[in-house]
Write a protein that binds this ligand. Structure first.
Ligand code: ADP
Ligand code: MG
Length: 336
């Protein structure tokens, strides 16, 4: 029998003690967008007006970037094979294609036909057979998508999905918007993505909790002006004949990536980078992921392996700590 399990809609990262702000009053907004719950917490005089502008911006980006929304840029590209993109969609696709190249295809923005075949787009889950996957994989290759200026061109059968990076881009756009509106202190939760502008109003860092694979929290990160994005096999999955299948696909195989990792959390200034790399490093697995990290200066990460060991790159040594039941478990600091 097939059993479908949907992880709770709750973000994989939750804010701890977000309300302990003493005197400073927060403006809080919540909306449903991009298939997830989004929460904005803003401080300062301009917060209400900035918050309203931020909500509008989220809806605008959802309209442009959704893969299913008729009339979105991505929908038009997928249904016509060639489309002129809005500045947002063009900027995001450009950044996403660069990340596909840099991760050697561990992130692949054309994996959509495979994701759909497994039912992750609709919730009607199934396990495609080898022949079906082999045929679908011919349509998966980010190098077949060409972006010239603001025009994207896709060969027959190739489809784009920016869903793996859209929330990260949205976070970046919100940070820029809020800063422009004169907000100095804010934190946004876009599903499992968390992104902070500045520090808390009292000057202390934000505390962001990392979800443990079995529920509860595994650790806490202290951040200022950073994005934190987690990709975990436990976030969206189904079970069939005793096997678990999750929504992060290895584009080389067309199957859920089984790399020995349960979750990857990326911490960086740029949300788009965090979003793309959390998916890509999950596909790579621990050793490849750490080799990749050693070649870069622009992010840090927390990897939770299947045996529940936690590896943290050295840039997070001071800001990460294990939490609750996870305190006292093995924690490895990875050096360059
Ligand atoms: P979520 O969107 O659930 O927060 P991710 O950011 O990790 O999680 O993105 C996963 C989504 O991206 C999947 O639901 C799927 O649509 C798509 N996806 C899965 N595997 C890949 C991949 N290797 N490269 C690009 N997109 C992927
Ligand atoms: Mg992602």
């Amino acid at each position: 029998m097939r059993r479908c399990v949907l992880a709770a809609a709750a973000a994989c990262l939750l804010l701890l003690a977000a309300c302990a702000q003493g005197e400073t009053k927060a403006w809080e907004g919540e909306l449903l967008a991009m298939d997830t719950i989004m929460k904005l917490t803003l401080y300062g005089e301009n917060a209400p007006q900035a918050g309203a502008a931020a909500m509008d911006r989220i809806r605008e980006l959802e309209g442009l970037l959704s893969v299913t929304g008729e009339g979105s840029d991505v929908y038009r590209a997928n249904h016509t094979g060639s489309a002129q993109l809005s500045p947002d969609a063009a900027a995001l696709l450009d950044r996403a294609l660069a990340l596909c190249r840099e991760t050697d295809g561990a992130l692949d923005v054309t994996v959509y036909p495979v994701v759909r075949a497994w039912g992750f787009t609709t919730g009607e889950y199934r396990v495609p057979d080898d022949g079906e996957l082999e045929a679908l994989l011919e349509r998966v290759d980010y190098r077949q998508a060409t972006l010239e200026g603001d025009r994207v061109t896709l060969p027959e059968g190739v489809e784009l999905d920016l869903g793996g990076v859209a929330k990260g881009y949205t976070g970046d756009q919100l940070m820029a918007l809020l800063e422009g509106e004169g907000v100095a202190s804010a934190i946004v939760e876009l599903g499992g993505n968390v992104q902070a502008l500045g520090a808390k109003p009292d000057g202390s860092p934000w505390r962001v909790a990392l979800q443990a694979p079995e529920g509860g929290y595994a650790g806490v990160l202290e951040i200022v002006d950073r994005a934190v994005v987690t990709s975990g096999g436990y976030q969206r999955y189904f079970e069939q004949d005793g096997e678990i299948y999750w929504h992060i696909i290895d584009p080389a195989q067309g199957r859920p990536a089984r790399s020995g990792l349960q979750s990857v959390t990326i911490v960086a200034e740029e949300g788009t980078l965090c979003d793309g790399l959390s998916t890509a490093l999950f596909v790579m697995g621990r050793e490849r992921a750490l080799d990749f990290w050693r070649t870069r200066e622009d992010f840090e990460c927390v990897l939770i392996s299947e045996d529940n060991t936690v590896a943290v790159t050295e840039g997070l040594e001071e800001s990460f700590s294990l939490y609750g039941d996870w305190e006292g478990r093995p924690l490895e600091i990875i050096r360059r």
